[in-house]
Write a protein that binds this ligand. Sequence first.
Ligand code: TXA
Ligand code: MG
Length: 374
Amino acid sequence: MPSCSVFPVSATGTVMTPVPVHRPPLPILAKINWPEDVQTPDPATAAALAAAAERLVNGQLVAIPTETVYGLAADAMDADAVAQIFQVKGRPATNPLIVHVSDESMAQTLVSQWPDIAQKAATAFWPGPLTVVVPKADVVPDIVTANGQTVALRCPGLISTRRLIELAKCPVAAPSANRSEAVSPTTAQHVLEGLGNRIGMILDGGPCKHGLESTVLDCTVYPPKILRPGPISAAQLTEAIGVEIHESENDSAEQHEGQKKALRSPGNQHRHYAPQTQLILSEDATSLVPQLVAEGHRIGWLSHTPEKPAVRALAASAGLLVVPMPKDPTTYARSLYATLHALDQRGLDRLVVDAVPADSEWAAVRDRLKRAAT
Ligand code: TXA
Ligand code: MG
């Protein structure tokens, strides 16, 4: 473990004996680059994946890229390794983890029943950003499912993530690689900033394609229910499964009710995905922002309409940083967390975010913004 010495000076000015200060080492940051249309990875990528797999086999944690957000991975069948995930994240033991599999046949070793709906969903969207909640098999350690009888399964879209699972020869439990309740990481740098020396290795696969967490579909109820909106929409699920599925918004009232009862998806707590800077979601930011600026607050404004004269007029105000946000939901989703991570470093007093459209294609973004604003 590297150490350095500090030389404390006593009240009389004499230098006292050096006191060693131990700092845990920073994690190994290994780049991986595996384009989807290439059969075998380059040697550096292959070596990084092999080293990461070895860590998983040895019960250690590795932060990994996925097409949604970065995950904090452990061998899902190793309860001690999974316990470290909860510890490193500061995650409540009542919040179950998603188990990542390399393919459908690995998924079926983890379930006591494979519902027809899960089969249809997997056929349509795996590998990809869809998690199915299904009845769990006894082999899945209770810590993974927070003692529940269901398990959340996902086959990730990146070929490198699937190869890692194959190399480790185990399903991989992986929540987002951030401290509990914080904004999920969409780059290796975000993981480093959030978890730093709490972990030993980060695989750096570049920025995540979707930038928001997977859609979570409960396949143990009929009709199946979206527990967390994400990149796969209700309309896409309805079409693939042949059953009408509604976009679940978990709006404030419903969430609050839900929290009083037993939550179906315990991680869907009210406050989540929140930056450190207080975030206000506003239907009328052109009125709110000048008011806050006049009160002396330093404001970051995630504006949906930066081209509007009213916004442009305000943009020159001292203490105001206007961040133009994309107009389409896919690009907005991809950049949202990265924007929040970046603005959190600016020492601002408040972030004001323009409310996004009420259409279903904005459901996932709207869901995350609501939680971040709580
Ligand atoms: O895109 C993703 O899903 C990312 C990447 C890393 O795969 N993972 C992720 O994990 O977002 P996490 O732990 O941050 O969120 C998992 C969500 C939580 O809301 C959790 O409560 C829910 O899935 N969940 C997990 N197991 C469940 C279960 N058996 N029943 C219901 N909800 C479950
Ligand atoms: Mg998370």
